[in-house]
Design a protein. Sequence first.
Length: 147
Amino acid sequence: MAMAVIKERSAGGVVFKKGEEDVEILLVATKGGARWQLPKGKVEPGESSLEAAFREVKEEGGVEGEPICPLDTISYWYYWDGERHRKLVDFFLFRYVSGDPGQHDWEVDDARFFPAREALEIITFPTEKKVLERALEIIRKKHLLEG
């Protein structure tokens, strides 16, 4: 008998701002700081993916961003309590507007802006690294740091 698959939908964001020398990217830490990743979380009933991404950036990252564009949807599988899960995560690009990463919620251990090069080095998950690379390409191609 085939194992049932539990489908989940989450959303998250790549938040950027102009740094001293280059673009800076918001990352959040989990697992006691062992994982650095993009802020993301479950899409709640009645909420769009964009609304969920905005909310998760505020909750996990402590900041508010202006949505620029959708980036990508990643997919992965995991097992939890003997059940097979397939999760889809929609990512969006946000320009930093206000807030303090130090005001993140209890779901994460830390939240900070990193220079783009450092963010690419420390981000834990390869799929999220690809999302971040795409975001940086869009930021540079559209000259979003100048606007």
